[in-house]
Design a protein around this ligand. Structure first.
Ligand SMILES: Cc1ncc(COP(=O)(O)O)c(C=O)c1O
Length: 393
């Protein structure tokens, strides 16, 4: 049966995780895997989440099926979080999903069912898993230039001039905030220009919002989506609760649809339910129910917002300390950009050989394209890290 299958290529980041685990050096540093880490190198369960889980455990009185679109209160809370408390919700629909990835996949299937001949444009570079997800949905993929590696910033002119060549009706995947892997985001003015171009060319915006609250703040990080929602008739959002609630393994996310009118919104959600039912039938409950409590209980919500803000500010402090260390050690401003970028990732301008040397000689692990997880930067050992990186330059 299976002998004809080709050998599958292991996921590069997951493989890096395995190699790191097997490394017995005590001073090793993991800058690879995309999970938040605190000052002790731990990815803790947030206190607000623990409290919500306890309430859930004490009060839940059924494990009956939740239905394909999942928990309605969770969906309502996620719509408010992403589109804002003032949003007109009559054209918005939401289905609970298996994390952000699950939302990406079911929305991709929805697009394939609605517009089978549209291509999807993704940024170059993008989160590597975008590519297999959209390929699996049978959508043609194209790339638009995004990052200017020489200047470590967004190449906005190249992005716009490429997207201008897209066919009317094509889909554009946009990282709503905290671009993965570059940490380089658009300004609000640039978001406005992209929205205007999408409106002019009838391009369909598909937002991936996996890091809301990790960039400039919970509300600020949704500004891109909200601006598009104010200018365009339709869009979709794949939101993840993995990072901002630390719910990674609970697989909690939301697939959201803004449609041209109420009728189309219902049709789209109906089709999304069909996609879900034929795939995994219904989403898991625990993470979404926990999230709903954290988002809707005043005390838990305040506690969570404080915890989220602490994570965000810690990453900003680490960015500043690293950039400052590199400035002093290299006597140049080459790494200053790290301090100004957003979210959990940035890219270091290192080649494959330099990355391998850091791993083999210093036990410093980063992804092959130079991506670092800023939350993994060591507060205590920053000098040693800066020294090691500077020594391979
Ligand atoms: C850009 C981006 N989108 C989506 C996801 C999916 O997150 P999850 O499926 O774990 O919720 C990730 C996770 O790393 C990501 O970086």
């Amino acid at each position: 049966m299976f002998e004809s299958l080709p050998e599958s290529k292991p996921d590069a980041i997951l493989q890096l995780m395995e190699t790191f685990r097997a490394d017995t050096r005590t001073n090793k540093i993991d800058l690879g895997v995309g999970v938040y880490k605190d000052a002790n190198g731990q990815t803790p369960v947030l206190t607000s989440v623990k409290k919500a889980e306890k309430i859930l455990l004490d009060t839940q009185d059924t494990k009956a099926y939740v239905g394909p679109v999942g928990s309605r209160p969770f969906c309502a809370a996620m719509i408010t979080q992403v589109f804002g408390a003032q949003a007109q919700t009559d054209r918005i629909r939401c289905a609970q999903s298996n994390g952000g990835t699950g939302a990406l996949r079911i929305l991709a299937d929805l697009i394939k069912a609605s517009k089978p001949n549209s291509a999807i444009w993704v940024s170059d570079p993008t989160w590597p898993n975008h590519i297999p997800v959209f390929k699996a949905a049978g959508i043609e993929m194209k790339t638009y230039p995004y990052y200017d590696a020489d200047n470590c910033s967004v190449d906005f002119d190249a992005m716009m001039s490429t997207l201008k060549q897209a066919n009317d009706g094509d889909v554009v995947l946009l990282h709503g905030c905290c671009h993965n892997p570059t940490g380089a985001d658009l300004s609000i003015e640039q978001w406005g220009d992209v929205a205007d171009m999408c409106a002019k060319k009838s391009l369909f915006p598909f937002f991936d919002l996996a890091y809301q609250g990790f960039g400039d703040g919970l509300e600020q990080d949704a500004a891109s989506v909200r601006l598009f929602a104010s200018k365009l008739p339709e869009l979709v959002v794949a939101a993840s609760c993995s990072k901002n609630l630390g719910l990674y393994r609970e697989r909690t996310g939301a697939a959201m649809i803004l449609a041209e009118n109420n009728t189309n919104a219902d049709k789209a959600l109906g089709q999304l339910s069909v996609v879900i039912r034929s795939n995994y039938s219904m989403p898991p409950d625990h993470g979404a129910n926990t999230t709903n409590l954290v988002l809707t209980d005043d005390a838990l919500n305040k506690e969570w917002r404080d915890e989220l803000e602490e994570m965000r500010l810690r990453m900003l402090r680490l960015r500043t300390a690293f950039a400052e260390g590199m400035r002093q050690r290299t006597n140049s401003d080459k790494f200053d950009y790290i301090a100004g970028q957003k979210g959990m990732f940035s890219r270091l301008p290192l080649n494959t050989q330099q990355i391998a040397t850091l791993r083999d000689d210093n036990g410093i692990y980063l992804v092959g394209d130079g991506r670092i997880n800023v939350a993994g930067l060591p507060e205590e050992g920053m000098d040693a890290l800066v020294e090691a990186i500077a020594s391979v330059l």
